[in-house]
Every structure is written in C-alpha cells, then in structure tokens.
Design a protein around this ligand. Sequence first.
Ligand code: HEM
Length: 393
Amino acid sequence: MLDLLLTAKREGLIDNEGIREEVDTFMFEGHDTVSAAMMFGLMMIANHPKVQEEIVNEMKDVLGDIKKKPQYSDLQELSYMERCLKEVLRLYPSVHYISRELGKDLVTHTGYKLKKGTVVQLHIYDLHRNPDIYPDPEKFDPDRFLPHNCDQRHPFAYIPFSAGPRNCIGNISLLFDTPENAFKVVRKWGRDYYPIYGNWIAHLSVANIVNPYDFETILSNMVHNSKGPLYDMLHSWLGTGLLTSGGLKWQTRRKILTPSFHFNILQEFIKVFNEETANLVTRLKKDCHKPYIEVTDYISGFALNTIGETAMGTNFVDSSSGREYKNAIYDIGQVYVHRMCRPWLLNKILYFFDRRYFYEKNLVKKLHQFTNETPLMTSRTLRRNAWPCWIFF
Ligand code: HEM
C-alpha cells in the first residue's frame, strides 16, 4: 500500500490529503470489521465446544504439530475453519447494512418502482437470516457452507463483504431510545414487509431491501455507485477516501489500491499475522482462568496492530499515542452510533448545537494527528521508502 500510494503521488494521482484519507479509511474499515468478526467468532467457538474440538482436530491434521506456525498454504487446507468463519459472518456480518443512492429509476425483482435518487438500504443482516435461504437461520451451522449446500444458493445471498464492483477491497435508527431497540424494529419491518419497505429518515425517503435479487440489481450496476447520505457522517474523519467517495475519484483510488491486496502480497503478511496471533494468545492465556473475559481490548489491539503493520508499516498499540488513538477510534464510533439513532443530527446545522459536535471535532483532531505521524505520512519515511521506487522506475 505504501509503495502504491507513493508511486501514485509521484504520478500526480493523489496528494498528501488523499493519502491521509486512504490511511484513515483503511484503519477504520480494516480494524473495526475484523475486530467485530473475531469477537463474534470467539463467542461462537466458546459456545459450541464440539465446533471448537473439530477446529483443533483439523489444525492437528493439517499442521501436524498444533504449535507450528501456519503458512499461507496451510490456511487453504483449513476448510472446516473456513466454514466456521463464513458462518460467523453470516450470523454476525460486521457491516450489517450498506446504503446506495440510485443513479437511475429501478424496478425491483417483485415489481416495485423506485425513482432515481432514492436512498436504498441493503440489509445484509436480514438477508443472511432469511429462512427461505437459510433454514433455522439462528442456528450456528458451519455445514451450510459445504459445497453441496451452497451450490444452489443465489450468489448475492451471502455477502458479508458486499458484492459487485464496489465490494470490500480487504476481502479476508432512527427515532428510538436505544440502538438495540432501533435494530429490533428495523428487523421486524424487514420480516413484516418483506421484500421491500419504505420509510423516512428526516427529510429523506428511503427504500429498504432484504432480497438477494434486488441486492444483485443494485450492487452489480455502477450507475448506483454513490453511497447513501449516512456515510457523510464519516467525512469529518475519513474525508472522501475509498469507502466514502464516488464517481471518478473512487475509480482512481480503487485502481491505485486494489493491487495492495494481491495474493502474493497477502502471503508476505502471514509472518505478521502469526506474530500478532502469538501475542494475542499470550495475553488471553493470562486471563483464561477467569470465568468471564472482556475481549474487546485484546481483539481491537490485535486488529489495529496487524493492520498498522501490514498496511502502514507501523506498530503502535504498545505506545501511549497508539493507545490514545485506539480510544479515540472507540469514542468516535460511539458518536457515530449516537447520530445514526437520531436522524435529525445528520443535519449539520442541528448537529452543531449538539454537545457531541465539538467532542467529535476534538476526536478527529487526535485521529488525524496520529495518522499524520505514521511512517507513511512523515517526510523522513517518504524519502526512505521512496528510494526503491525511484530506482525501479
Ligand atoms: C471481516 C472483515 C471485513 C468485513 C466483513 C468487511 C466488509 C465490508 C463491506 C460490507 C464493505 C462495503 C461497504 C459499502 O458498500 O458501503 C466494505 C468496503 C470496504 N472495506 Fe471492508 N470488510 C472487512 C475487512 C476489511 C479490511 C481488512 C480492509 C482494509 C485493510 C477493508 C477495507 C475496505 C474498504 C477500503 C472498503 C471500501 C471499498 C470501496 O468502496 O471501493 N475491509 N467492507
């Protein structure tokens, strides 16, 4: 990523602000989603001892010695583990819904007409719990992902990483009192009014869909490439980086950054994954005699460290500025949830009068300060890392 961004900068495709946007975007998207998946994964494995046993047996078979550090090729043989991870992301997709603004009029699979400009929310969480697609949907059952069980499934029936040209590059509400209640009500609407229902979020008319055919229509077509207005909330921190930008800017950035997830590059990351996993296990072992462990801190530390080292070439969890950064990420997440649950606060003028406005500004300042100090952004490192690129080109 470092090399790609530096090369793109020399070619005039991106400036310093753009680099910061992408660094922040990768830190946000790469750390939060992975932490959530790992926490739900650990919870599922802990609650299903038989699954745990089978994972360990498979690791013994593939690695010989369970303590051996897995290589990239080993990971590809851990098929039961892969099915478990898929099932975790089915039940608990880290991004439970995404949103698009329609670029042209559209007729849904069941014949509803939606006008250009309508905001469409695509509810991945409900899609993954559709009993017609996944019988007994609440049950944790990794065998749903055995080849013969998914052969007939619609390709857009399982999309934890979204799908279509604007899928996840890293492939590895409303007027209610609490986010939990909002979430329950939204799910009930999804079931009661399947396959589509409309609602208003402040002045915006929104269509909500939960059906794989409509997901395919929207996600496969670049015309509907713009993100819904909910993502505007993220601009203060992420600017208009890959996740939040649209049009030509998004295309240019995606072209620059896609090679950073090339198969060969991922292979080189295995060493970092193994080292960070060993650190995580050591930390967890210290506490595993307790009846209950709050794993959030361990897991987000792991994810942040891993993404920092692999994408940014920096290790920061053990430094005080790194810890401050991690806390700021957590706090800004709370601010975003607060705003999502109070749609009137999506209006910038009304938000200005909320006490969280200046609090968020302060958090963003801290986050940007940290990003600006990562090796990628400091001029010393830019010069140092630029050397090999200069020789090559
Ligand atoms: C369990 C892990 C992950 C899950 C479930 C996940 C899920 C998603 C989803 C659903 C989207 C689509 C968002 C939308 O359409 O609004 C997305 C986009 C994105 N993800 Fe991930 N993600 C994961 C890990 C990562 C990692 C590790 C990185 C980077 C290191 C990453 C970087 C991105 C970026 C940059 C986008 C925006 C892509 C674009 O608009 O072109 N993600 N992710």
